[in-house]
Design a protein around this ligand. Structure first.
Ligand code: ATP
Ligand code: MG
Length: 281
């Protein structure tokens, strides 16, 4: 059975998509990890989809009429033209990369129309979980990249996940946004008492290591974490232009042409710590 992790934070731009893609690449292709990883893009903004397959191939996926997360969420919906039938989730999976030795990255892409699903939530909340249950035996790890808003998709992702990973930028607005996420998780756990959802932890992303504002924000988050019993990862992900460059090149940080050794090794350290935390061996 695959381990399923959602990257979530109601604050935008904290690195959810960047870390989703880089973690997928790391476990599939770095060194001797060679895991089978499925990335699920649950954001109507489809950043992770474009990062993983490139703009052109992403457009081809849509123009070829291949299904996405949207079609998965629209199964069983009654539209003016009739009921949309059951969808085999395998049909929405796109192969991104196969690695010699057995690792692979697959993707369930998203599309803008996924936002429309939110207007008509109906009984869609468990469709993600049910769809992933049908494919999870093909994977070691499923990474769900979430949108920065609370919606039916948030509940859907909580239901489908074993763990939540929360990237936080060490800056004031990111810090004050955290209680939003906490109350959303607490609310979910109250409604779904049987859920075994766990917060894997908070990871600081985009750290430069010296700014006073950064130190202050980190200490505020750590205080909040201690009061609520949340784990904060010791490894922090440094600020590096290699991340946006990697996104442009469709590559993870360890394959970008000018990744500075420290930034790449920071990321490796975090990936190892995170794997231990979620029991990925
Ligand atoms: N460690 C980092 N160093 C430098 N730039 C980074 C780092 N992490 C992310 N970025 C950049 O910050 C921007 C936002 O990152 P990303 O899109 O991954 O955030 P997000 O949380 O997924 O945003 P959204 O909430 O909009 O989905 C991107 O341009 C990305 O390249
Ligand atoms: Mg994103």
């Amino acid at each position: 059975m695959a381990i399923t992790v959602s990257l979530i934070n109601m604050k935008g731009g904290v690195g959810k998509s960047t870390l989703s893609v880089n973690l997928a690449w790391h476990y599939a292709a770095y060194s001797n990890w060679l895991k089978k990883v499925l990335v699920v893009d649950l954001d109507p903004q489809f950043n992770a989809s474009q990062y993983l397959v490139g703009v052109k191939k992403y457009q081809e996926h849509l123009s070829d009429g291949k299904p996405t997360m949207w079609e998965i969420m629209e199964q069983h919906t009654t539209t003016p033209t009739g009921k949309v039938g059951k969808l085999d989730p395998k049909k929405a999976i796109r192969s991104v990369r196969s690695i010699k030795g057995g690792g692979k990255i697959d993707l369930i892409p998203s599309r803008l129309e996924l936002a429309l699903s939110l207007k008509n939530p109906g009984h869609k909340v468990d469709l993600l979980k049910k769809s992933l249950q049908k494919v999870e035996s093909d994977y070691d790890l499923i990474i769900i990249d979430c949108a920065p808003t609370e919606s039916i998709l948030t509940t859907a992702t909580y239901l489908a996940s074993d763990y939540i990973l929360v990237p936080v930028k060490p800056e004031y607005l990111s810090t004050i946004g955290l209680p939003l996420l906490v109350s959303s998780m607490e609310d979910f756990l109250l409604r779904y008492e049987d859920s075994s959802l766990e917060l894997a932890g908070i990871v600081f992303n985009g750290c430069s290591g010296y700014a006073p504002e950064e130190a202050k924000s980190k200490s505020e988050v750590k205080k909040m974490a201690a009061a609520n019993d949340w784990h904060v990862f010791q490894s922090e992900i440094s600020y590096s232009k290699s991340y946006p460059k990697g996104a442009r090149e469709g590559q993870p940080i360890f394959r970008t042409s000018y990744a500075r050794t420290t930034a790449a090794s920071n990321f490796r350290q975090f990936a190892s710590e995170f794997a231990t935390k979620i029991g990925l061996t």
